[in-house]
Design a protein around this ligand. Structure first.
Ligand code: NDP
Ligand code: ZN
Length: 183
């Protein structure tokens, strides 16, 4: 499939799948803004234009957060993209704390494609924590989230230095902002 076609197909598919979901911040942005931003960070910061990676980034939360199955992704987008999205999907059979531990433990073994998306996903989420945090989150909860995201990214292979460096830049900013608002 032509690259642009694949990307637009993924956008259409993910937008429909996430159509009833909103981000948790006080702006209640449509959920699809998150995967779009993740894909944009990969392109803008990581300077990556591989359509497989961009399309997988757009689709990265559809199995975890919607009724979509891996088989459906495979049918629509092929097994390469389905397997990348699967790598990025937490096993919902475990409780949240366990899922978080597993994400750190598995980070070094992610494929190059999934590593790129994992790091960009954490960049976008810590940016959100800074700009439009989930409603009701205490200082401690935001701090815990930043600490966990840092552990995940530190455990990831260095497949794209720009993205890793950008994560730590954003993390520093997020910690400063959080501290400033706490005092
Ligand atoms: P959640 O998993 O509940 O929420 C974080 C996830 O929500 C992100 O990874 C992101 O996932 C998605 N998300 C949607 N909207 C936003 C937004 N505006 N900003 C950021 N993320 C958004 O949180 P955690 O369980 O990770 O909470 C962090 C810690 O807080 C945990 O370690 C837990 O122990 C602790 N905790 C504290 C509580 C308290 O009241 N003190 C209660 C419960 C937990 P995606 O990329 O998939 O969209
Ligand atoms: Zn995500």
């Amino acid at each position: 499939m032509r690259g642009i076609n694949l990307i637009l197909k993924a956008l259409n598919f993910a937008a429909l799948k996430h159509k009833y979901q909103r981000r948790k911040g006080d702006e209640h942005l449509p959920y699809i803004n998150h995967p779009i931003k993740v894909a944009f960070i990969i392109s803008e910061v990581g300077k990556i234009d591989d359509p497989i990676i961009i399309a997988s980034a757009i689709l990265h939360d559809v199995i975890e957060d919607t009724e979509t199955t891996s088989d459906e992704i495979e049918k629509e987008f092929g097994n390469n993209i389905a397997s990348i999205v699967e790598e990025l999907t937490d096993n919902q059979n475990f409780e949240k704390q366990k899922r978080k531990k597993i994400q750190i433990k598995n980070a070094p073994f992610l494929s190059k494609e999934a590593t790129i998306i994992r790091i960009a996903d954490k960049i976008e989420n810590i940016e959100d924590i800074t700009i439009s945090p989930p409603i009701g989150w205490s200082y401690e909860r935001k701090e815990e989230y930043l600490e966990w995201a840092e552990k995940v990214v530190r455990a990831c292979k260095n497949v794209n230095s720009e993205l890793k460096d950008y994560f730590f830049e954003k993390l520093k900013k997020a910690k400063t902002e959080l501290q400033k608002n706490h005092n």
